[in-house]
Write a protein that binds this ligand. Structure first.
Ligand code: ADP
Ligand code: MG
Length: 355
């Protein structure tokens, strides 16, 4: 019988208060388990406490209360160098006068690792980030994405069990960023170590992660796979932050959903049809709502429609421009339209979480 391994990271009622006027509760009693080898993301708006959690795990910030375990060991009071983690920041600084290989080797030199061991590990780390042939170059001879990979190699060379990444792609432009997301995921899969990744970009989190924790004001609102937090958000905050905020509340909810509460519907689940007499009725039993088209935004593969409902809410619908029977091409701002959807795609989202 094999015992289940302890989680790579366990946070137990982790708390951080910053003194000042007024004092700030940056991290509000967070509980979290991150599994061995997971690509785990902390997603949330600026100021929601993500960096502070990461800094406490790395040992750069002391918790006000709570406990941090790595591989089942309590490291809460340990020095940063005594924890088997490494951090990659957005503002990585490479030494410009040193070669790529020397940059990666530097940390091992400081730790007095033997020369032979250093060579092996530098070669291995460069290989892992697919820069095996670039060791002799200077940082200035690399592209932005390659420099980012050197920063990653500098962390991997220490062979940490956990890699902490704080918005590492934040400074890259969109194209490069998307390219690096694919690279990063592949590297993590190859290397097999646990990645704890911080981002405020919901698409990035959805693309990369095995699981995601959605942060709001120092607390975790939901933990789940990308599909779970997107398809089944548990709160209005998660529904709005992960994806387009299509919320029905109050009077609009009563009229459209015929129930009290707050509800979310994802844009791609809504079907837009012109209300001009030519359109057939929605299938029987399918809920509908009518309104006026406020915006039509053509986006290449998809078109986005913003509809001001007669019942009072504003909803966004997203349609594939597949060419066959799409209503989009014919619709204009100001047109009267009908939205319809499958009732099972209406998600109950309480406004507040109970603690
Ligand atoms: P995020 O990374 O999600 O943007 P942070 O963890 O950086 O959020 O910050 C969480 C909250 O803690 C914010 O309100 C921020 O202003 C505050 N904060 C972070 N670091 C400090 C500090 N050293 N002193 C005082 N307040 C801080
Ligand atoms: Mg941050």
């Amino acid at each position: 019988m094999t015992a289940t391994p302890p989680p790579a990271i366990r946070l137990d009622r982790l708390r951080k208060e910053f003194t000042g006027t007024p004092p700030v509760v940056a991290v509000d009693d967070v509980d979290l388990d991150v599994g061995q080898g997971e690509f785990f993301s902390m997603l949330g708006p600026s100021g929601s406490g993500k960096t502070t959690v990461l800094r406490m795990i790395a040992g750069f910030e002391e918790p006000t209360a709570g406990r941090i375990e790595l591989d089942g060991e309590d490291v809460t009071r340990r020095q940063p160098y005594d924890r088997d983690v490494n951090t990659v920041f957005q503002d990585y600084a490479l030494f410009p006068h040193m070669t790529v290989a020397d940059n990666v080797e530097y940390g091992l030199l400081v730790k007095k690792v033997s020369r032979a061991e250093r060579r092996t590990r530098v070669a291995e780390a460069l290989e892992q980030v697919r820069l095996g042939d670039h060791g002799a170059r200077r940082p200035s001879q690399l592209s932005g994405g390659q420099r980012q990979r050197v920063a990653l190699a500098r962390a991997l060379v220490n062979r940490p069990r956990v890699l902490l990444l704080d918005e590492p792609l934040g400074a890259l432009d969109l194209k490069l960023r998307e390219q690096m997301q694919v690279e990063l995921k592949a590297i993590q899969r190859d290397v097999g170590i646990t990645f704890l990744f911080v981002t405020h970009d919901q698409e990035e989190a959805l693309t990369l992660s095995d699981r995601i924790a959605v942060f709001n004001a120092g607390r975790i609102e939901q933990v789940g796979t990308a599909r779970e937090v997107y398809e089944s958000p548990r709160t209005a905050f998660v529904a709005g932050f992960v994806g387009t905020s299509n919320l029905l509340t109050g009077e609009a909810a009563r009229t459209v959903v015929r129930r009290d509460g707050s509800f979310a519907i994802r844009p791609e689940k809504l079907v837009v049809t012109p209300v001009d007499g030519t359109a057939g009725a929605a299938a029987p039993g399918r809920p509908t709502a009518t309104g006026v088209l406020e915006e039509v935004v053509y986006g290449g593969p998809t078109t986005r429609f913003v509809v001001q409902l007669d019942a009072g809410a504003r909803l966004t619908a997203l349609e594939q421009n597949s060419g066959s029977g799409s209503a989009g091409a014919a619709l204009r701002r100001g047109d009267r339209v009908r939205l319809d959807w499958d009732p099972e795609h209406v998600i109950d989202v309480p406004e507040t979480t109970s603690k």
